[in-house]
Design a protein around this ligand. Sequence first.
Ligand SMILES: [Zn+2]
Length: 256
Amino acid sequence: MMAFSDDEAIQAEGSATSTYALAQLRSYIEAQGAQQGSRLPTERQLAEEMGVGRRAVRRALEMLENEGRITRRQGAGTFIGSAPAQPVTRDALIGATDFFEIMEVRLRLEPQLAALAALRGKPGQIARMFELSDRIAQCRDADEGELWDGALHRQIAEAAGNALFLSLFDIVNQVRQDAAWQAVRERARGGLAGHALPVAQHRAIVEAIAARDPQGAAEQMRVHLFSIQEKLIRLGSADADAAPFAIPEPGQPANA
Ligand SMILES: [Zn+2]
């Protein structure tokens, strides 16, 4: 006499109801629209609402979790959508990047910001750029130069008039201003012959912005950033074995 054992019967029934529970859950999630992050009822509530066993619900949830349709968080419940990306912290970014990556990003970001500043910069913002580039020219040490250089680059970013672009600029700027990078930057500047070159570069950027010349502004910014990058590459290959963060020569002006 052929008969399912109790176990087999339960399994057969279990898998059928799991399929049913899965279909129900799929339509429930779809009915929620794209409510990513909204919480599903508990396993027990779902089982009661669908009229199936909790095991069937659990299996269906496992399937959906595998597909990335839901996320189960210990102690918090089950949520629609895949696990939210961890917010990127400044420290995580600093740990995951290096100065050359920062320059790659700056070279793609800041010329565009300079071009937009040429199109949209307000007269007051442009006047401030001239003031800042004068301040940089008068700087007596690296620390002071750093401060005013940062202010000029940010004023250009702000004058671009795009809040999202400005946020990106600020993220890159925070990473590059980290103390570890500061030492590298100071070394990069230490070898520059005087500070006539960066001062002239800054002035050329601001003048192109004032002349409402977006291509010229982008080009001048590129020239300025390339000169910093080249300097860093030369330093990197010349003294890779040297102490990573040597103290810069005092009195060298800073205008990166
Ligand atoms: Zn600069």
